[in-house]
Design a protein around this ligand. Structure first.
Ligand SMILES: *[C@@H]1O[C@H](CO)[C@@H](O)[C@H](O)[C@H]1NC(C)=O
Ligand SMILES: *[C@@H]1O[C@H](CO)[C@@H](O)[C@H](O)[C@H]1NC(C)=O
Length: 335
């Protein structure tokens, strides 16, 4: 009896650690559906109006092979008071979008993306602005909604920038610990600085972020969140592309492999409706696909509530036809 019990608990420990240590084992590819983030600025200021992404886009893109949707939202919409409770009216609207994405296909994943640049109204989280506990509070509340759904990935923060990366790593560690204490077993996306730059990651925040531990055991459920654009200043504001980013991503992949075989998701990248971007973005996403499982996949920027004139739009035309960029450079590299 005693032996059996010991054996059982040993087996359950093994099962748990296998589970926790396991890398993300599904190739991901898809698109951002923006709208609930309109328009948080890079200072974390918000004075917008939520523009719910059209839910028809999820069945549209899923039927073409997409299995990842990143759904950004403004912190101030989810919790109108810093550190306060989630606004039930807003959450219900946001959740309808999340559920529409998840139910568009059986293997679809959603990144719930807090789109606030590590800031609330100009002040940096854990560095004079919101406390680490205030950031953890919104996430533990979201965990009470989504903590049992493995297909919901928590994007802990969009594009931190101009902050102390040592302290930022401590902030992320705090949030990871609080989420696990709250029972969440979700995959978590940890962003570095310089607007989540994939190029900066290996030498800037990466060395600090690889040290973050997971109370679940292992680090398989802590993925890194990177962004990279292909225009002249890596800002994603021009319609022409000047790089494939392959060299940058190769450097990132080496860093991840040499630091515990970690994984990352390219959760923003994109280009304009121009031949340079059809070529360069296609080559980039072809590389991302080939670098699986170190690079788990990508979500391109952006469909959702952007209209078809936005410089980086991937929103289909009203007649249902896709943007040429999507057809040429994104769709061929979906999972
Ligand atoms: C960043 O924060 C750490 C920890 O508080 C501190 O030791 C370090 O000097 C800071 N770095 C900079 C560049 O200010
Ligand atoms: C759909 O609309 C776009 C933009 O106006 C146009 O370029 C395309 O030819 C149309 N496709 C069809 C099948 O009508």
């Amino acid at each position: 009896m005693r032996f059996a019990k010991t054996l059982l608990s040993l087996l359950s420990v093994l099962a748990t650690s296998q589970h926790a240590l396991g890398q993300f084992a599904t190739r991901l590819g898809g698109v951002n559906t923006a709208g609930y983030d309109f328009s948080v600025d890079t200072n974390g200021d918000y004075s917008g109006t939520a523009a719910p992404p059209p839910t028809s886009q999820y069945t549209h893109f899923t039927s073409e092979g997409a299995n990842l949707y990143r759904i950004p939202f403004a912190w101030q919409l989810m919790t109108p008071t810093l550190g306060g409770t989630i606004d039930s009216t807003f959450f219900s609207e946001y959740d309808q979008t999340v559920q529409a994405a998840l139910s568009s296909g059986s293997g679809v994943y959603v990144i719930v993306d807090l789109h606030n640049y590590a800031r609330w109204n100009g002040d940096i989280v854990g560095q004079g602005g919101p406390t680490n506990a205030q950031l953890a509070s919104i996430w533990t509340q979201l965990a009470s909604k989504y903590g049992s759904n493995e297909q919901v990935i928590f994007g802990l923060m969009n594009e931190p920038h101009d902050l102390n990366v040592t302290e930022w790593a401590a902030t992320l560690q705090y949030v990871v610990n609080e989420l696990r204490s709250a029972g969440s077993e979700n995959y978590l996306l940890l962003p570095g600085s310089t607007y989540s730059s994939a190029e900066a990651f290996p030498t800037e925040a990466g060395p600090y972020l690889v040290q973050i531990t997971d109370p679940l055991g292992g680090t398989g459920k802590l993925l890194f969140d990177v962004h990279q654009y292909l225009d002249s200043d890596n800002s994603g504001t021009h319609d022409t592309c000047v790089t494939t980013n392959v060299a940058t991503l190769e450097t990132l992949v080496s860093f991840l492999q040499n630091n515990g075989n970690r994984q990352a998701i390219l959760s923003e990248t994109g280009g304009g409706e121009t031949t340079s971007c059809y070529t360069d973005l296609g080559e980039e996403l072809s590389y991302v696909k080939s670098a699986y499982p170190t690079l788990v996949g990508f979500s391109a920027w952006s469909a959702g509530s952007f209209d078809t004139t936005y410089v980086l739009t991937l929103t289909p035309y009203s007649n249902g036809t896709d943007e040429t960029l999507w057809t040429e450079a994104v769709r061929p590299y979906l999972p």
